[in-house]
Design a protein around this ligand. Structure first.
Ligand code: BJW
Length: 328
């Protein structure tokens, strides 16, 4: 195990057992050992053209077929992945610390030992849920690949945990790598122009000449063959995921806010996240402002910087290996 020092691991564990209120904030690094790539950084397929270009309402509006094929491939990938030891360690912690939800007259986060714990995950792969994390204390900040909602303004259809693939025959997939490769190639052929002057974040796609194709082109699925809402029977369904510029689900924000406001948080575990996306990272700042400590689990950490800040610990390495050791 590669940590900044063995002493600090012991020091962290001594602190952990004294903590009453703990938050885990998770990011894509937690699922790397399960074979799911991160969003940023030099990670294979998405090196040049970012999948983040597909994570906007504008991208869906402009090309629902492409965006659905992308999310269908992501659903397939997540369904075929297995939770890793990092997911299981957190899930065990959630079960250990929140073991009395079913008892009457006890606050949602109370437990026999008076310890409270929630996980705020930015991951949409549902692997924490599948690792048997206590669902009451697992807040999926950015939604889930397996939740669906209607795109119609007047329809409030929302469905959770539909673990089936494909959702419609047109989204059948023969080869995951090929599908990702084709989507990536299509993105390469587009020049993204941001209309900053109008300041309305509209994205225009400019098609580039499609000669010398070396890959299977992305299917152009007709709108009527994409997943449709079973309630209004009119509008397209979309993955219930928080895209850029969209608000996080209000019920989720409320739960997280209440937890932070009603309890003095002693510790936030910051696991496998680059910390670039807001408002998720705001939770770390809020815990520090309350006088809580931070423990970072990441393959890339500036330990010197962390020591200077003096607000906690940095454990550098794969969180699949680090978490079972640190949370044992
Ligand atoms: C390992 C490892 C191993 C690798 N072990 N570690 C300035 C201030 C505040 C906000 C903004 C701002 N400018 C713009 C904004 C808004 C924007 C934002 O934050 N942009 C930033 C990029 C600057 N935020 C939003 O738009 C949010 N909404 C919002 O603000 O709404 C306001 C509003 C209110 C009311 C009405 C309307 C609007 C929404 C953000 C949603 C982000 N969604 C995404 C895409 C989901 C779709 C999808 O999955 O396809 O969520 S973006 C993407 O980033 C995804 C992730 O959850 C999220 C975080 O990424 P994460 O998890 O940190 O991954 P990586 O790849 O960045 O990092 C991986 C890390 O793991 C690295 O550190 C590695 O070192 C490490 N690692 N292997 C341990 N084995």
């Amino acid at each position: 195990i590669q940590v900044n020092s063995v002493t600090s691991l012991r020091e962290f564990q001594q602190y952990l057992v004294q903590c009453n209120n703990i938050i885990a904030l998770c990011g894509a690094g937690l699922s790397v050992a399960s074979g799911i790539p991160t969003f940023r950084g030099s990670n294979g397929l998405w090196k040049e053209y970012s999948q983040i270009d597909l994570a906007t309402p504008e991208a869906f509006q402009s090309d629902p077929s492409l965006v659905w094929q992308f999310y269908s491939a992501r659903r397939y990938q997540a369904l075929n992945a297995k939770p890793n030891k990092g997911h299981f360690s957190l899930a065990e912690l959630s079960q250990r610390l929140n073991n009395n939800h079913n008892k009457k007259n006890i606050n949602l986060y109370d437990n026999l030992y008076n310890k409270k714990f929630i996980t705020l995950t930015q991951n949409v792969d549902a692997l924490s849920l599948r690792a048997n994390h206590d669902p009451n204390t697992l807040l999926q900040l950015h939604g889930s690949l397996f939740d669906l909602k209607c795109t119609g303004f007047l329809c409030n259809y929302h469905e959770e945990n539909r673990f089936t693939h494909p959702l419609v025959p047109a989204l059948e997939l023969s080869n995951l790598d090929k599908a990702f490769h084709s989507i990536n190639e299509k993105l390469k052929k587009r020049k993204i122009v941001s209309d900053s002057q109008n300041n309305n974040n509209d994205i225009e796609f400019e098609e580039v000449d499609d000669q010398n194709v070396q890959y299977d082109p992305v299917k152009d699925i007709k709108i009527e063959d994409l997943p449709h809402c079973p309630k209004c029977k009119k509008n397209l369904l979309r993955p219930s995921i928080v895209w850029f510029g969209e608000s996080l689900p209000l019920n989720v924000i409320d739960k997280a806010d209440n937890f932070i406001e009603e309890n003095k948080i002693d510790l936030i575990l910051v696991i496998g996240t680059s910390g670039t996306v807001w408002p998720a990272m705001g939770y770390v700042e809020r815990v520090i402002r309350q006088g809580g400590k931070v423990a970072i689990f990441n393959t890339e950490i500036d330990l010197e910087e962390l020591k200077k800040d003096g607000v906690g610990w940095g454990f550098k390495g794969d969180c699949e290996k680090l978490l079972p050791k640190a949370l044992e």
